[in-house]
Design a protein around this ligand. Structure first.
Ligand code: IMP
Length: 424
């Protein structure tokens, strides 16, 4: 089966965009199956830089079909902005299809995202503020508005009126916020609907057809394993399933259709937003990694927290995703560091050693990472064309990571461009 799934295995921003871009150039179909415009994929193609949030990266390749599955939440205004932005740069989006079951992010979702974060104060999640959580809340509460509704004027107007009034009650009475003008929102969204209607089609049926025709399908993950609603550092997570299983549900095909499962990691760890991060660095090495690795968010521009590679976390990701292999990026960022550290366990204040990623973040409170030290490398590796050309110490670091994670590293990133990924 030629299909592949690409998932992030840390806290996002592992360079999935680049790996996805390499694989999208060889794909017939690219499917996005969860998350929304909280994601940000930076893709460098033909000397141009594209920042995609919702549209699958396959859009940059002529003839590649791009599907947004039912597991994705869609902000229509942002999606249209992305479509228009691509059109201005000569990228045609006529191959885009959106599942009618996908839920719509409404202005009250964005508003409630902000108000609830404000109310949480110091305990906030650190969300992207895009209304992702409140939209998924409505989906699971069964009061959400779907793409199908949006493109059916009467259904949409009826639902949006009822839901909007209720949301205004919550906004004003619970949070003390200003109400939204529901009629204005309806008017605005009906305009978006007119433009989006031609893209709406059953993605489950389309993806199944592609499977039956033996097409090369790429299931493009967004966010990452440690942000998964169940397998991440709850509650500091997103509200969807970025793990590989989520790709099947979010596209509308069976798990046996997914093919090879590829996890993308960085040669160190980063995270944006709040929540535990056992190998986080607060010293000059952390700053060096942040500045040299350009660790600032694509979606929000926030500086990312940085730290050493955590093999406990990756082993957890190997298990919950069923990873066949890893693609590890940004080895070049580590060049010049005398010693590299890899976390192999966590030690709790009572001396207990944890070798599996804990189910609850409270287990990590006060826990110290147990490090294995590996010799660093000083050479500039960004020009290496093959794995064999890498300095011995860098190869030894990669091979040790494979042993500690229990998963082969098949792609090695030595720089930002597609050409700087060494395939083994
Ligand atoms: P939300 O998805 O906006 O609700 O944010 C929940 C958490 O997920 C926050 O810590 C965000 O910073 C994080 N998050 C969401 N999307 C991404 C992403 O694409 N990359 C990295 N972190 C993300």
């Amino acid at each position: 089966m030629p299909s592949k799934v690409v998932v992030g295995v840390q806290w996002g921003d592992e360079g999935k965009g680049k790996v996805i871009d390499i694989l999208a150039s060889r794909a017939d179909v690219v499917v996005r199956s969860q998350g929304g415009n909280n994601a940000g994929h930076t893709v460098k193609s033909g000397g141009e830089v594209y920042k995609l949030h919702l549209i699958p990266s396959g859009i940059l390749y002529k003839g590649v079909k791009c599907y947004i599955g039912c597991g994705v939440v869609i902000d229509p205004q942002d999606l249209l902005r992305e479509i228009d932005g691509l059109a201005e740069r000569g990228v045609d989006c006529s191959n885009l299809r959106i599942d009618p079951r996908a839920h719509i992010i409404m202005p009250w979702h964005r508003k409630l995202d902000g108000l609830s974060e404000k109310a949480l104060g110091g305990g906030k999640i650190g969300t992207t503020g895009r209304g992702i959580g409140p939209c998924y809340m409505d989906k699971y509460e069964r009061s959400g508005i779907r793409m199908y509704d949006l493109v059916h004027d009467e259904v949409f107007t009826r639902k949006a009126k009822a839901v909007g009034q209720l949301k205004n009650e919550i906004i004003t009475k619970i949070y003390g916020g200003d109400p939204l003008d529901v009629d204005a929102v309806i008017g605005e969204y009906l305009e978006y609907a007119k433009r989006l209607a031609p893209y709406v089609e059953d993605v489950s049926v389309l993806t199944d057809q592609a499977v039956r025709e033996g097409k090369n399908i790429l299931f493009e993950g967004a966010q990452a394993t440690l942000l998964d609603i169940d397998f991440g550092t709850y509650p500091y997570v997103t509200s969807s399933h970025p793990v590989s299983g989520g790709a099947a549900i979010g596209a509308g095909v069976g798990p046996n259709r997914l093919g090879e499962i590829i996890g993308v990691a960085k040669a160190y760890t980063t995270r944006v937003g709040e929540g535990p991060f056992p190998t986080e660095l607060f010293d000059g090495t952390g700053d060096l990694i942040r500045n040299r690795g350009q660790e600032f968010g694509t979606t929000t521009g926030r500086p990312r927290r940085t730290g050493w590679f955590d093999a406990v976390l990756i082993r957890h990701a190997v298990r919950v995703n069923g990873l066949d292999c890893l693609a590890v990026n940004k080895f070049d960022t580590l060049s010049g560091l005398e010693t590299l550290k890899v976390c192999v366990a966590y030690q709790k204040p009572d001396g207990t050693v944890l070798t599996e990623y804990p189910c609850d973040i409270h287990e990590l409170e006060g826990a110290a990472p147990v490090y294995e030290e590996v010799k660093g490398f000083s050479d500039d590796i960004s020009g290496c064309k093959t794995f064999d050309e890498l300095p011995q110490a860098c190869k030894a670091y990669i091979e040790r990571l494979e042993e500690l994670c229990g998963c082969p590293i098949k792609m090695v990133g030595v720089g930002p461009s597609r050409e700087q990924v060494l395939e083994r």
